[in-house]
Design a protein around this ligand. Structure first.
Ligand code: PMT
Length: 399
């Protein structure tokens, strides 16, 4: 089954009779869980109306490069940043030529230049046009520039010719789109990841906790599974669904998280500690609900075990990645944690009002003993994928 859950995809539709298949492709991408926005060229709109794509995607269709309404909502730069990938299907000979030349005369070609996300084209044209030396030269140029190519297929064409140039079927394009995210960079590796908050019971109805939603850790778990890893996620209480192909162990307190992690840690290749573990827990947990009889009460706290430190100090410690949540002096505090806890890597984020905790977006400063890499503000899903690729590179170098 094709899985594109939590993926943000731009479907570009340029002028070709194959545009009628784009409606089916859009349906397939949506069924696979993607959030899709359609960018329609003037040529594409000659074949299928914006209304069709709007109804199927549930999002407004984008067409104008300089549209004052769109600029206020989602202009080409925002669209370019929003996208996890851009799929142009159909890509006409004319669109391919414009993209190869780096033209910026319309919204679709401009955002293909402006995005850092992977761009793929599904060519669709007459077989003679496909075979033409100019088209083949443009295709080579796009290949050199890192543009992915889906197809074309061969067979009967709308014009009556037979040969290569048919746009691939919707199902094939949807599968190739999903394959973009399946990097294989951690194929067969075993990952243990913690996520979410812990809750430290005060009495049967109250607890100490923090603002962690689990979004960052779950996004990392999803990215790791897509990279081919066997993933176990030890999660504090969250409202999130388990990512596909991830085994989840639910815990509540730091002690429970510690026990679950230590049961699996010596069997994993990589440990990523994203959870916001409570540093302290009440010394006593009341058996009954504490009554409101006194004006002030004192809660005595004791230190929780440091899960990350205990894993990093195992005799056969896995490649260990910690997180650092800091309100100031990010690099300095993170470096100090990297050394003190004996970690292979630390991912540091600034936290505070509107930063990191609970948000859908985040930025990370990733440090090892002698490297430093800034992963800039983006969705936690995109950031999770970036971090997994960084971890995979360093893990391979260290093995
Ligand atoms: O869940 P979200 O809303 O998406 O927010 C994400 C996040 C902000 C929680 C996440 O990006 C993050 O920063 N997680 C680590 C939070 C934290 O507890 O940081 P810390 O600097 O206090 O701890 C340092 C490291 O030690 C962390 O890897 C932590 O998991 C680990 N730790 C801490 C205490 C403890 N008792 N055991 C631990 O393993």
């Amino acid at each position: 089954m094709i899985n594109l859950s939590n993926k943000q995809i731009i479907l570009g539709v340029s002028g070709s009779i194959a545009a009628y298949k784009s409606a089916e492709l859009l349906r397939r991408l949506k069924e696979a869980g993607a959030n899709v926005r359609v960018v329609l060229t003037t040529g594409g709109a000659e074949f299928v109306t914006a209304l069709t794509f709007q109804a199927l995607s549930g999002n407004p269709v984008h067409s104008e490069l300089l549209d004052t309404k769109a600029e206020a909502a989602m202009g080409h730069i925002e669209l370019a940043r929003w996208a996890d990938c851009v799929i142009v299907a159909p890509a006409s000979a004319n669109f391919i030529a414009r993209l190869a030349q780096g033209e910026t005369g319309d919204l679709l070609s401009t955002l293909c230049l402006a995005t850092a996300a992977p761009v793929a084209i599904a060519p669709a044209m007459n077989q003679q046009m496909w075979a033409n030396a100019a088209t083949q030269k443009n295709i080579r140029l796009l290949d050199e520039n890192g543009v992915l190519q889906f197809g074309p297929g061969e067979g009967n064409q709308a014009c009556g010719d037979i040969g290569p140039g048919r746009m691939l079927e919707a199902e094939q394009i949807a599968q190739l789109t999903a394959d973009i995210f399946h990097t294989g960079s951690l194929a067969g590796r075993t990952l243990l990841i913690t996520a979410g908050p812990t809750q430290e019971a005060i009495d049967p109805v109250r607890f100490l906790s923090n603002r962690s939603s689990g979004k960052m850790g779950y996004a990392i778990a999803q990215a790791a599974a897509e990279a081919g890893a066997i993933v176990t996620l030890v999660s504090g209480p969250t409202a999130l669904n388990t990512p596909p192909h991830v085994d989840r162990i639910n815990v509540r307190s730091a002690q429970q998280m510690h026990d679950a992690v230590m049961q699996h840690a010596d069997k994993c290749d990589i440990f990523i500690s994203t959870a916001a573990v409570a540093d302290y827990r009440p010394v006593h947990t009341a058996d009954q609900k504490i009554k409101k009889t006194q004006n002030t009460i004192t809660l005595e706290l004791q230190k929780n075990p440091d899960i990350l430190t205990d894993v990093a100090h195992l005799e056969n410690a896995p490649f260990t990645v910690g997180f650092a949540a800091e309100t100031e002096n990010l690099e300095q505090h993170a470096r100090e944690k990297l050394q003190r806890k004996k970690l292979n890597m630390i991912a540091a984020n600034l936290v505070g009002e509107g930063l990191a905790f609970e948000n859908d977006e985040n930025a990370l400063l990733v440090l090892t003993a002698n490297t430093k890499q800034q992963l800039t503000l983006t969705s936690k899903f995109a950031l999770g994928r970036e971090l997994i690729e960084v971890i995979a590179r360093h893990y391979q170098a260290a093995s």
